[in-house]
Design a protein around this ligand. Structure first.
Ligand code: RIB
Length: 308
């Protein structure tokens, strides 16, 4: 495996406000939550931190707000050794924030207010074009304007750079344009939104992935939570088994999967092995609370991978 592949994330950065509770207030009611956790998050930022922890060189292309959170977010990237030369502070806009609610089964509900993430435009991608051309893999999600995501996919294809798109949060998308992505990686609900088909079982996930391939997508990986992942391409449809753990908080596990998958694939692992590794990395993240704060080091991953 190559020692330090270069991953560039064109995506979001949020501040996660996580409340642990099993109950929700009715209109006009005040109730007590169990616990609170403030942390750095955002699907883009999380998908940058995971490959960095797994030993990749990582650059971030993003916008943050000119509030308390913006400079702190940039400092967090820098402290983790992530290149921030293309992270900009947008004047007069709040940073992206995500109030998150986690129940005692470890399941999460997330509300995202995009704030400055909406200011990441194709002009920013042009400004980062020299950086993007050095990437082994570009990773994107949907917490930025769709036009920026489509634009980056086209640019990457023109230059032969591998791309991974995580279509999250789930939205209706132009599948013709998604054909520019090398990998589209939805979870079950995002796969439903993308395809219009139900995805409540492995059988349905398979049918959905095959439908998306027939619609022009190159490779689809449906992440199945505690059931592992399904890889579908012209060559194969393969169920990759999970790494089983007792989850405490599943928030960000999908991001841990995608970021680490990008690193393992760009580092030379086969698709199947990169997914097996990403399954382990994502499962380990569910043992801690928060998103980035729950992502493990390369050493912790290597230990679990060796012992599995
Ligand atoms: O995938 C988890 C992430 O979704 C959180 O960090 C939150 O910020 C939202 O973007």
């Amino acid at each position: 495996m190559s020692s330090e592949p270069h991953i560039v994330v064109v995506g979001s950065a949020n501040i996660d406000l996580t409340t642990f509770t099993d109950e929700f207030p009715r209109p006009g009611e005040t109730i007590f939550g169990r616990e609170f956790h403030l942390g750095f998050g955002g699907k883009g930022a999380n998908q940058a931190v995971a490959p960095r922890l797994c030993g990749a060189r990582v650059s971030m292309v993003a916008h943050v707000g000119d509030d308390l959170f913006g400079p702190a977010t940039i400092q967090n990237f820098a402290a983790r050794g992530i290149d921030t030369s293309h992270v900009q502070i947008t004047k007069g806009v709040s940073s992206g924030v995500a109030p998150i609610f986690v129940d005692s089964a470890g399941q999460n509900r997330i509300l995202v207010v995009k704030g400055a993430n909406d200011a990441l435009l194709p002009a920013d991608v042009d400004a980062a074009a020299d950086l993007l051309r050095t990437a082994d893999c570009i990773v994107m999600q949907l917490e930025i304007p769709l036009e920026t995501m489509y634009y980056t996919l086209r640019l990457a294809r023109e230059h032969g750079i591998r791309t991974i798109l995580n279509p999250a949060p789930g939205q209706m998308l132009d599948l013709e344009q998604l054909a520019n992505a090398d990998y589209v990686i939805p979870n079950e609900t995002e796969a439903e939104t993308l395809s219009g088909l139900p995805v409540t079982s492995l059988h349905e996930a398979r049918a959905c992935a095959v439908h998306l391939l027939r619609s022009g997508l190159r490779r689809v990986i449906v992440t199945l939570g505690a059931n592992g992942a399904l890889l579908a391409s012209a060559e194969t449809v393969e169920h990759i088994l999970p790494y089983r753990v007792e989850a405490v908080d599943t928030t960000g596990a999908g991001d841990a999967f995608i970021g680490s998958f990008a690193r393992f694939l760009a580092g030379g692992s086969s698709e199947t092995e990169a997914i097996q590794r990403a399954n382990v990395y994502a499962a380990l993240s569910t043992l801690g609370i928060g998103t980035q704060s729950s992502f493990v080091t390369a050493e912790r991953f290597a230990q679990a991978w060796a012992e599995r």
